[in-house]
Every structure is written in structure tokens, then in C-alpha cells.
Design a protein around this ligand. Structure first.
Ligand code: NI
Ligand code: MN
Length: 227
């Protein structure tokens, strides 16, 4: 399986079962290394409605005729924009051709800005995906929460993709704590350095994880890791 970082919170995953995108914020993303017109996928998993996550999801869904997997309220919104929605909700799971998907809680908001108005799009979520017998936990935008311990108990997580940028989401200290509870084989940090407000030092974060014997891979936008 190949996990590629496309900048901010956008990842492309390709396994023998298929390929999918997380949170495809590419247009207007100063860190993005690919254009939304150039990505391929069988599905798009979107954690919440904020523009740095929903991003180009609707346009990509329309172009490739692929589903946007999201919480019910956000899926409904995407459907009204002409995308193909697959509505789910927290705690629910579903087998897709590319893998098994379960929605996890995330402590965060979810809304879309449209014509100067804020439209609430329900709850934010995270994703557990099992594809090719590998388990990925994509936390989405979230603060630290104790039920990450439960996720660590229930699933043998191969890769945890965790936000470390602070201000809107966990900072590095809380993300280290999250990793302790999740006990993944590898952590990939995300959601930092895109804007001044979320500047962080991922190397220091990685050192703290390595002291706990947790492998940390810092990916620059455009870089991939094979697991
Ligand atoms: Ni957000
Ligand atoms: Mn965000």
C-alpha cells in the first residue's frame, strides 16, 4: 500500500483493492503538489465541511463519478452540489470495494461558507480504513480525546495520521498523547505549516514519538510511504 501526502490534510492511498483520497483540499492550498484535475481515486473520504478539507471533493466526485463518503449532513450537502454522496455516521461501518470504512468521533466543527452564510454540516468525524489488511486511522481535525484508547484497544492500527498544528486541532504535545493511546506502528503528522497560525516543528514531534518507540514519518507534500 502506498500513502501519499498531497499537502495539509490531503492524502492519496493506493492499495491492491483500490485507491482513495482523504480531504482533497488542493485548489488554493499553498502546499498542494497536484491539481484536482490530475488526481485519480475510487472514492473521496471527507472528515468535515471546512474548506481546507472538503476542498475540491465535489469537483473530483463529479469528474470521476465517484462517491464522497462523509457524515449524513455533509453528504447531503455534497449531493445537492451535484456530487455522488455516500452518507454514513459515527460508529457506522461499510465495506467498499477499496476497503472497509468506519467513522470515528472527532472533536471539531463542520460547516460550509456559502455566499457569506455559514451552513452547518453536522458533526466532524475521523476514519478507520482497512484495505489490503492494513488499518489506517485518519483522525481528521480533532482535539485529543480519551476514546482514542478504545480505538487502540479495538484495532491493530498500522498508520495513524494525526494533526499536530494546534490552534484548531491537537498540537504536538496532545498528538504524542494520542499516539500513546492509539499504539500505531507508524504516525504521519498532518495539518501543520500550511498557514502561519499552524506552524510546528515536526522533527521535535518525531523525536518524542521515537523516544516512545513509535515510528514517525514526516512526509513533505508530494512524498509517499510504502507500508
Ligand atoms: Ni476544520
Ligand atoms: Mn482544518
Amino acid at each position: 500500500m502506498r500513502i501519499s501526502f498531497l499537502g495539509h490534510a490531503c492524502f492519496h492511498v493506493k492499495s491492491t483493492q483500490g485507491e482513495f483520497l482523504f480531504d482533497p483540499f488542493l485548489s488554493g492550498n499553498p502546499m498542494a503538489t497536484v491539481k484536482p484535475e490530475d488526481v485519480t481515486a475510487d472514492a473521496i473520504l471527507v472528515t468535515h465541511g471546512h474548506s481546507d478539507h472538503l476542498g475540491d471533493a465535489v469537483a473530483i466526485s463529479k469528474r470521476l463519478r465517484i462517491p464522497i463518503v462523509a457524515t449524513f449532513e455533509l453528504a447531503l450537502y455534497c449531493g445537492k452540489q451535484g456530487a455522488r454522496p455516500h452518507a454514513m455516521h459515527i460508529g457506522g461501518d461499510h465495506n467498499f470495494p477499496f476497503g472497509w470504512v468506519k467513522l470515528t468521533p472527532a472533536w471539531h466543527g463542520s460547516s460550509v461558507e456559502e455566499n457569506g452564510k455559514t451552513i452547518c454540516t453536522g458533526l466532524a468525524c475521523g476514519f478507520l480504513v482497512r484495505s489490503e489488511d492494513k488499518v489506517i486511522y485518519f483522525a481528521g481535525d480533532t482535539g485529543l480525546f480519551g476514546d482514542m484508547q478504545l480505538l487502540g484497544d479495538m484495532y491493530d492500527i498500522d498508520v495513524a495520521i494525526l494533526p499536530i498544528g494546534g490552534n484548531f486541532v491537537m498540537g504536538p504535545e496532545d498528538a504524542v498523547r494520542a499516539a500513546k493511546m492509539l499504539r500505531p506502528k507508524m504516525v504521519i503528522p498532518m495539518h501543520y505549516d500550511t498557514f502561519d497560525l499552524i506552524k510546528q516543528d515536526p522533527k521535535e514531534f518525531a523525536q518524542r514519538l521515537e523516544a516512545l518507540r513509535i515510528d514517525c514519518r514526516i512526509l513533505k507534500p508530494g512524498e509517499s510511504v510504502e507500508i
